[in-house]
Design a protein around this ligand. Structure first.
Ligand SMILES: Nc1ncnc2c1ncn2[C@@H]1O[C@H](COP(=O)(O)OP(=O)(O)OP(=O)(O)O)[C@@H](O)[C@H]1O
Ligand SMILES: [Mg+2]
Length: 235
């Protein structure tokens, strides 16, 4: 990938047609470099999830451009022939709900995609255990999702998103189900992953206390994205 992790140019999204048309994203342009953790903030209904889903090649924009690394993936239409493969290999998603597979244990949930992408089971399991340890739930490797609390499952979902070594991570309120102490440690982990692995990360958050960990703030205002820098408190 080139130095840009994510580059969005004049992106638009309108839901519905005619009288019912709702223009949620009017004209969004911004970049998130590899190595950067960006916070995406805006009131409820402003279009944060809509924006992430477009960048993640899940939701089709109404116009504009999306570049992921050196690949132009959308330019008034999808340009990539296999968006599922692109998603699976390059992008890690973390949602508000964890979406773990209920009949697979924690380790199996985390190692499923890395193995689909061609990693050996041993390598996938070793990295999964490292992630579980960092997240403080290494003792849950063989538990089922139904045995874990909401916050614990959310941490598993974070481990799963990181497990494929993605170049881009899109996190939609990953800390919503966590207490503040755990939320701090999760955002610190995301920051560390961004720096060490040169990942471009966008994280939706409503929590002002987490902003100092981020490199920049993307704020949706009236369908446009304003970018502002953050002076990080931490090295
Ligand atoms: N499939 C859809 N069809 C029509 N309107 C939609 C659709 N998806 C989202 N919207 C509308 O787009 C707007 C933005 O929704 P979005 O979910 O992106 O907001 P958000 O910023 O993520 O809010 P929250 O903080 O509550 O998660 C809302 O007004 C919503 O009703
Ligand atoms: Mg949302």
């Amino acid at each position: 990938m080139a130095e840009n992790g994510i580059r969005v140019t004049h992106l638009q999204k309108t839901f519905g047609r005619g009288e019912n048309a709702v223009e949620v994203i009017r004209d969004a342009s911004f970049t998130v470099q590899r190595g950067e953790l960006a916070a995406l903030i805006a009131p409820s209904g402003a279009g944060k999830s809509t924006l992430l889903m477009m960048i993640g090649c899940v939701l089709e924009p109404s116009g504009g451009e999306i570049m992921l690394g050196e690949k132009m993936v959308y330019q008034n239409r999808w340009l990539h022939p296999d968006s599922r493969k692109l998603r699976r290999e390059k992008i890690g998603f973390i949602f508000q709900a964890h979406y773990l597979i209920p009949f697979l244990n924690i380790l199996e949930n985390i190692t499923l995609l890395p193995q689909t992408n061609g990693q050996t089971r041993a390598a996938a399991e070793q990295y999964a255990r490292e992630l579980l340890q960092y997240l403080g739930i290494e003792d849950k490797a063989h538990a089922m999702p139904s045995d874990l609390s909401g916050g614990q499952n959310q941490r598993v979902a974070i481990a799963r998103a990181l497990a494929t070594h993605p170049e881009i991570i899109l996190a939609d309120e990953p800390t919503a189900a966590l207490d503040i102490e755990r939320a701090h440690s999760v955002v610190q982990l995301l920051r560390q992953i961004a720096k060490e692995r040169q990942v471009a990360i966008i994280m939706v958050t409503h929590d002002q206390r987490l902003l100092p960990y981020c490199d920049k703030i993307l704020e949706i205002q009236d369908g446009r994205v304003e970018t502002s820098p953050v002076e990080p408190l931490l090295p």
